[in-house]
Design a protein around this ligand. Sequence first.
Ligand code: DUC
Ligand code: ZN
Ligand code: ZN
Length: 487
Amino acid sequence: MAEFDLAVRGGLVATGCGTTRCDIGVKDGRVVALGERLADAARTVDAGGLLVLPGGVDSHCHIEQPDPDGTVYEETFLTGSRSAFAGGTTSVVCFVPGWKGASLAERVADYEKRAATGMLDYGFHLVIAEATDATIAEIPQFVARGMRSLKVFLTYDDVHLDDRGYLRVLAAARRTGALVTVHCENYDAIKWRTEALLAAGLTEPRYHAWSRPVVVEREATHRAIALAELVDQPIQIFHVSCAEVAEEIARAQWRGLKVWGETCPQYLVLTADDMARTSGRDGSFEGAKFMCSPSPRDAAAQEGLWRVLRQGTLDVVSSDHSGWSFHNDRGKAKHGRDANFRAIPNGVPGVAARLPIMFSEGVSKGRLSLDQFVALTSTNPARLMGLAPRKGVIQVGSDADLAIWDPQKRVTLTNALMQQAIDYTPYEGMEVTGWPVMTVRRGELVMRDGVVTAEPGSGRYLPRAPYDLIRPTGRLPNGFDTAAHAG
Ligand code: DUC
Ligand code: ZN
Ligand code: ZN
């Protein structure tokens, strides 16, 4: 009998702690050997001339997420899995949705059923949309079940927390050993500015960017960090749009605080000008395709982001994949094609495009080393989210999740290649160099040359234990642990 179920031979392997040419031996879904000329395997993949990387870990994905109005994001776990595998991603962390007045227990039960229908391995963040006694009391039982990251919003009508609510969630996270991830924009400032823009008749998609300039993101980021310092609670700032915001994180890190930062491809390759695009058919509504929050900025902001990625201030690149089709009347146009910018749902799809864009714009264009690319898109998110060393690395004992790349392959991005339920990609027509030609999930070849073959329902839940990296620093103002005494 062959020693391995699968051998991947002859590739240049970026393990997550360096790059080396070797074979990979897989047994029962895990990596069991790295070496030269490994013994026989039941199945062999020839990776000569190719790169073998840990499967992508996308720690910020909105998939099949129900909204309070009863609608559900169009991307299901089934279609989202197909799309992720097509783009070399094998694990995601999604969001158990939250809204005011709904019990966490009901939402978790519903979302668990949805996620179990996919093929991706998945973990859950818990959205905490209100800091009532009832919600705060529910948090520990779900952290104990492995959902050890909470998501809070400092803006959006349905979900935003005021400072006291945010402090209460930080305290609950500190007591239970969870990470808090934060959407940082100033709610009142955006609301005030939006009302003024609409009153002035500035309603088109491009004014979305005007409603939330950098300063509202920078202020909220500063506040999110300061309040986390008060509680001594580790946080991750989501979707940082420019270096000016990242500087807030750098300053906090320099002071020794546990603050991490994430950005997304849309902030590296789109700008606010994309929201001013028009088309013959859709007029200025075309700009809705590129609308997300925070807003994409400008070319200088993009260059600044590459710099802070190289410096390590931001250490994760996620997709923030959000499911709103453009052409039907349930997505971006759910309030009509002449709706003002406030009524257009935010978000852009990107679970499949994330790795090809980052590889091409980063590695192929010489902005990132191969090891930096792997760290940003797989190893670092896995470590921060408590998934490593099972995910995010290629080492003996880790799950055999691999993305096998042809670094020379040139591809023009189209929505068909994304294999997603959402009917457009904001990256249509973009040329990339480097493409994932095979994806392996737990030792199974689930994608080859764009053909996805995994069994629906074969994805596994990834419970995540409280983890060293997110342990508080122990530095408390006056040595007084507010979280131990306040609710
Ligand atoms: N911003 C978010 O915070 N969530 C989903 C989409 C978006 O643009
Ligand atoms: Zn967000
Ligand atoms: Zn998001």
